[in-house]
Design a binder for this molecule. Sequence first.
Ligand SMILES: [Zn+2]
Length: 369
Amino acid sequence: MTTLADHINAVELIDHHVHGFWTGDGDQVRFHNALNEADTEPLAEPDAVFDSQLGFAVRTHCAPVLGLPAHSAPQDYWERRNRMGEAEVTEKLLRRCGVTDWIVDTGFADGVAGPDEVARASGGRAHEVVRLEQVAEQAAAASGSYGQAFTEILSARAEHAVGTKSILAYRGGFEGDLSEPNAHEVAEAAARWRDEGGKRLTDRTLLRFGLHQGLRLGKPLQIHVGFGDRDLDLHRANPLLLLDFLRSSGDTPITLLHCYPFEREAGYLAQAFDNVFVDVGLSVNHLGARSPSVIARLLELAPFRKILYSSDAFGPAELHFLGARLWRIGMTRVLTGFVESGEWSRRDAVRVVDLIAHRNARRIYPQLN
Ligand SMILES: [Zn+2]
């Protein structure tokens, strides 16, 4: 009989929210900055980034994949990775993720791979998620009615995409009215925004319009929740501020991404609303050796059919790899505890692993099948 740990180690994952890996070589500064999520300025003390849970996790879990001993010194790790080059490092790490399907957010794509390259480098399948704020910026650049341009661009792009994504958290946050604006309000706001140049959408009316167009499309709508870089107003990225929006969101699946430090609030919402799903991608990577704690908290109130796996990796393929590796370690630690204490049966634990690893994602993203 395979053990629970063996099952978790081998289970196929669907990474339902991820970005591309770097497509070209870069310097050490780029690598260091990529290991700090929140600081958007060049780091004052760059190598200090390794004195963090994520830095330790890179040395522990990624070093052996590149042929170094676990816990190698940061400088040795950098030199090995630099000598190998981005393409080789990427392929080595990506092929060890055990991910069959990657759902790629193509919204912020400078210097990173698109879905086709992700599929090629990993040997898996890749699918696209369309960012609503990017569709808005394309609609602002189009001629004629903004509302019509938006729906046309969205439906054309969504023909191949498996879902949409909103970064409202970065554009003012969740606080305030998120109801659907009427056509007149949209036209007025769009005229104003176009006059100002139509770049980087922060207009509330148009952000609300985009969200509701995403809902109307019926494909899963991913929403960035919780921590990110310091441009984001973290106190306005608490998912409880989405309550009114969720109450009127109908049947379209809504996935709350990352969530830290609001994973308990998100877990509650996943219980309260049939169409709400939740993951702790990004958080798992940054919590490293403490990531079993966030996985355990997600397994408090969130129904098991509402939890998804993601890495939210962006840039260095270490992040794609660690998302999967740390999730497997954390799930093993937490679920083994439940089974050994007699609270869960091994059979139930295996079933829950499969739900979170891939079955829930397959259910809400039918295009994957
Ligand atoms: Zn993301």
